[in-house]
Design a binder for this molecule. Structure first.
Ligand SMILES: Cc1cc2nc3c(=O)[nH]c(=O)nc-3n(C[C@H](O)[C@H](O)[C@H](O)COP(=O)(O)OP(=O)(O)OC[C@H]3O[C@@H](n4cnc5c(N)ncnc54)[C@H](O)[C@@H]3O)c2cc1C
Length: 401
């Protein structure tokens, strides 16, 4: 049983169904992706940093999986990061570093401003993420749960309590009704994971991080029009290509705010203002043109995040068959790509009665990388102290070779 039909829960449910496991999915709403995963324009791209980090390795692999698996849900491909701070020589150095990290020319290209202008309408040197893509999270969710039968989908049920009883997990609705029992239970309900764990006396430190994306309207005669992007841009925030409307004016989506410890879902003017500044910076325009960006509409969501900003994906120590998939922060697409096969591997090992997780569960990767992902996102890093020693359900044992 999976609780939560956002991108975390739907991708896990889909993966389990494809593995031949009977799965149920329950959500408070009457259809998937009505909370944070209502996001229609979620960007995913592999990370580049100064050093080779695990985040880099994870995002590189996750991006490959997402591209392969969810191409049908892509809105647009590729993204450009303007780097006005880099001259030609520094850009060439960065190209060398990308090669060392293992990014080939088909993944990331360092481009000079003439090429950038032609591709994106932005007159700046920068990084061209060829395999980046913008995804519709609702489309991914719908695609993933296609294989579930109507009787496996429990819409309109708010789970208020979980309980372990006679080797099975029970989930209860708000009026105390038993909704289902199952050997394995996966909590993928965003910030709600915290409340459900509380009902079995586990305190999980999760933080809400509100975010707002703003869509601006721009008049046809605005001096901004010649500078509007024709590709996705990223940097401090990101934006979509501007869209020309029938009357010659423009619509442009820019985001997003990162408001830690806030969970309000109303639109903030302050976030529209900050997003406008982000957009002007991305396209290299004077901030004094801010009044030419008229806020038109917004998407607001609340991310769940952990203290170390890595997600929580894996078993709850000392609670056989209980798994978490939450705290995806701003990387809903990429963490879902890694979490679904990881949870499937745990669940398969659990049903096989084996305390042995196949370390090569990430098909496209080495066993070592799979093991590194598993260890880095294991919820035990936050729960072990509170719960005492790890048990067989919490500590995967990897094969020697
Ligand atoms: C402004 C903003 C911009 C973002 N940009 C990007 C981006 O560019 N790229 C990217 O990859 N990610 C992005 N993200 C992050 C991404 O949207 C999230 O990581 C992702 O949607 C989280 O999915 P989820 O399934 O964990 O949570 P949710 O989508 O919130 O799903 C949780 C589900 O659980 C259900 N639920 C909760 N409690 C219960 C209960 N007790 N009983 C039953 N059901 C319950 C809810 O109804 C909901 O459907 C962004 C987020 C925001 C807010």
């Amino acid at each position: 049983m999976v609780v939560g039909a956002g991108i975390a829960g739907c991708t896990i449910a889909g993966e389990l169904v494809r593995a031949g496991i009977t799965v149920g999915l329950v959500d408070h709403h009457d259809e998937p992706a009505l909370e944070t995963s209502g996001h229609q324009t979620a960007l995913a791209h592999p990370q580049i940093g100064k050093k080779i980090t695990k985040l880099q390795r994870f995002t590189q692999l996750a991006n490959q999986i997402a591209n392969h698996q969810w191409q049908n849900s892509q809105i647009t491909q590729a993204a450009f990061e303007p780097r006005r701070d880099l001259n030609q020589e520094q850009l060439s150095d960065l190209a060398e570093r990308c090669k060392e990290i293992g990014y080939d020319h088909e993944t990331i290209q360092l481009i000079f401003k003439e090429e950038a202008k032609a591709k994106t309408n932005i007159d700046a040197n920068g990084i061209w993420y060829k395999t980046a893509a913008v995804y519709s999270l609702p489309k991914i969710c719908h695609q993933e749960i296609k294989g579930l039968l109507p009787e496996q989908l429990h819409w309109g049920q708010t789970i208020q309590k979980i309980q372990y009883h006679q080797n099975e997990w029970q989930i209860f609705s708000q009026d105390g009704e038993l909704i289902s029992t199952s050997k394995a239970l996966i909590l993928a309900n965003g910030m709600g994971v915290q409340e459900l764990l509380n009902t079995i006396a586990i305190n999980l430190p999760l933080r809400p991080v509100r975010g707002q994306l703003s869509t601006f309207h721009i008049q046809a005669e605005s001096p901004l029009v010649p500078f509007l992007p024709k590709a996705v841009l990223r940097g401090d925030g990101y934006c979509m290509p501007a869209k020309k409307l029938k009357d010659g004016s423009w619509s442009w989506e820019v985001g997003s705010s990162y408001d830690e410890d806030h969970a309000e879902k109303n639109v903030w003017q302050e976030s529209d203002h900050d997003n406008a500044i982000k957009g002007l910076t991305l396209i290299g325009c004077e901030h004094s043109l801010i009044n030419d960006l008229e806020p038109h509409s917004a998407y607001v969501g609340v991310r769940s995040a952990s203290k170390d900003r890595l997600p929580l994906i894996g078993p709850v120590p000392q609670h056989p068959g209980l798994y978490l998939a939450c705290a995806y922060g701003s990387r809903g697409v990429l963490w879902s790509a890694l979490a679904a096969p990881l949870i499937r591997a745990y669940v398969e090992a659990f049903f096989a009665g084996a305390d042995r997780l196949r370390a090569g569960f990430l098909g496209a990767a080495s066993a070592a990388l799979s093991a590194e992902v598993t260890a880095s996102v294991n919820p035990a890093r936050f729960l072990a102290g509170a719960l005492g020693a790890r048990t067989s359900n919490s500590k995967p044992i990897f094969p020697v070779s």
